[in-house]
Design a protein around this ligand. Structure first.
Ligand code: HGY
Ligand code: MN
Ligand code: MN
Length: 421
């Protein structure tokens, strides 16, 4: 697909922004930028500067979300606006594009529309959320939930590994946690939410397509699982008399894999990403194991059924091994359908660019799951190399990023056109 001149300088601009953002990291030689960290503060300040350069009016809410507002060219006296955003926090040892490109795309699209003098009957708010990954604190989607008017105040008590609460970290970030509720939009002011995001999967690349239209975002359940066994001397306790918490946990993990693998038709997946074993000595039988569990599926029924089956398996394994399993569910996000009217606007934009409107669902979670509690949600996926994400190998070409920004501009123009007629 040949690049139009517009797309090629959007491509270069996007690539420059992505590289600049990647420099804000806590880890030498890797990209890690956790919510309310020093690196998040620096990235938020840089994004705010880019928003100002694009002619946007910049503010920051009390959850640390940076907002850039482009006023409508023709005001109808209302406060209506289209929201466009994604997140600038990352996982550990992350890729540069997950989340970050959605914010960059929003800024570039706003700048392009301002520069072209396109008539906009509604405003644009570009939102840079700070807590989508949920890596530092036991929360996720906190900042977008607040914007959606669905803030879980309890989550502000959550603590990171150093015992710092969200509330304390917000204050250190320059926010006033007591005013966190003011981040919410009035639903009457919002005409929709758009997010541009790398696919984080292999479909678009396999079909040689730069972009896709998201039909739904898979629901997700997250648990903290604990296993209580009995510590003992590694040399003296016979195998048959052990209550080994790590062996019990391992047996359940294989059972989790079996349950998820049986759910392919529902795109069921389950992942154990973190684990600790105590007391953690080479010659002591583990007494306490804690591990994370992330379960997702294309339908809520399949996901919830798998969660039940996994908990039942834990109880069965625990009874046989004399260990006790605990399951604390700390996150449950339902499957979110993307609005047909926003998908249709994307189809119009794509066909105007000679692109096939390939539709696919998202196995990854996104801020759109929170924003769906406020307004209609639409997502554009961008091809990423080998579908790799949550890894430094994550990569999207400048060309595809340029095409994605151009598509976003055309979706906004399509929605503006619909408002005018
Ligand atoms: O976990 C997810 O799916 C997202 O990347 N936070
Ligand atoms: Mn993401
Ligand atoms: Mn992610």
């Amino acid at each position: 697909m040949t690049q139009t001149p517009v797309e090629s300088n959007l491509a270069q601009a996007a690539s420059n922004y992505i590289e600049a953002l990647a420099r804000h990291t806590s880890d030498e030689g890797a990209l890690t930028r956790l919510y309310l960290s020093r690196e998040h503060r620096a990235a938020a300040d840089e994004v705010a500067n880019w928003m100002r350069d694009a002619g946007l009016e910049v503010s920051e809410d009390n959850l640390g979300t940076v907002r850039g507002h482009l006023a409508p060219t023709r005001s109808d006296g209302s406060n209506r606006r289209l929201l466009i955003g994604s997140h600038i926090d990352t996982v550990r040892d992350a890729g540069k594009y997950d989340g970050n490109f959605g914010v960059v795309a929003g800024i570039l699209a706003a700048r392009s529309l301002r520069d072209s003098g396109t008539e906009l009957p509604f405003g644009l708010d570009i939102l840079a959320f700070g807590d989508e990954e949920g890596v530092r604190f036991p929360t996720t989607l906190l900042s977008s939930s607040a914007v959606a008017g669905a803030l879980d105040w309890q989550a502000l008590q959550g603590m990171d590994a150093d015992g710092v609460s969200v509330r304390e970290a917000l204050t250190a970030f320059g926010c006033d946690p007591d005013k966190a509720g003011a981040a919410a939009y009035d639903p009457r002011d919002v005409i929709g939410y758009l997010e541009v995001h790398i696919e984080q999967g292999p479909v678009l690349e396999a079909e040689n397509r730069p972009l896709g239209i998201v039909t739904a975002i898979a629901g997700a359940s997250r648990f903290r699982v604990s296993v209580r066994g009995e510590a003992g001397h590694a040399g003296t306790v016979p195998m048959a008399l052990r209550h080994d918490a790590l062996a019990a946990a391992s047996e359940l993990m294989l059972e989790i894999e079996k349950i998820a693998s049986a759910g392919v038709k529902d795109s069921l997946v389950a992942t154990v990403g973190e684990i600790t074993a105590l007391p953690g000595a080479v010659n002591v039988i583990p007494r306490d194991v804690k591990f994370s569990l992330d379960v997702r599926a294309a339908s809520d029924a399949a996901r919830l059924e798998a969660c039940e089956a996994i908990q039942y398996a834990g109880r069965r394994i625990g009874a046989r091994r004399g260990c006790i399993f605990g399951f604390e569910r700390f996150h449950d996000a339902p499957t979110v359908p993307c609005a047909p009217r926003l998908q249709a606007a994307m189809e119009t934009a794509f066909s105007g660019m000679g692109l096939q409107p390939r539709k696919l669902m998202s196995g990854a979670g996104h801020d759109g799951q929170a924003m769906a509690r406020l307004t209609d949600v639409g997502m554009i996926f961008v091809r990423c190399r080998a579908g790799i994400s949550h890894s430094p190998l994550e990569y999207a070409t400048p060309q595809d990023m340029g095409v994605a920004v151009e598509a976003l501009v055309r979706v906004i123009e399509t929605l503006a056109q619909q408002e005018r007629t």
